[in-house]
Design a protein. Sequence first.
Length: 79
Amino acid sequence: MRLMFTEPTESAVGMRIFDVEANGARRLKNFDIFKAAGGKLRGVDRTFDVLVNDGFLLLAFRPRRGQAVVSALSIAPRE
């Protein structure tokens, strides 16, 4: 699974912080897009392997400050 992020509005570190969970496992903790990407309107990707046993992938974006946001995601079977 690949998550793609771009900070659309905030202009400083710490304004939008959130956690990301996939099937109940935390994959990102206190994620700050602005900080990770190095600024506003810059992209940053995070890639994870996620085990799916029942045919469902449950993603949760848990805000800590501001609202959580994801720009795009890509899900592909593992080869």
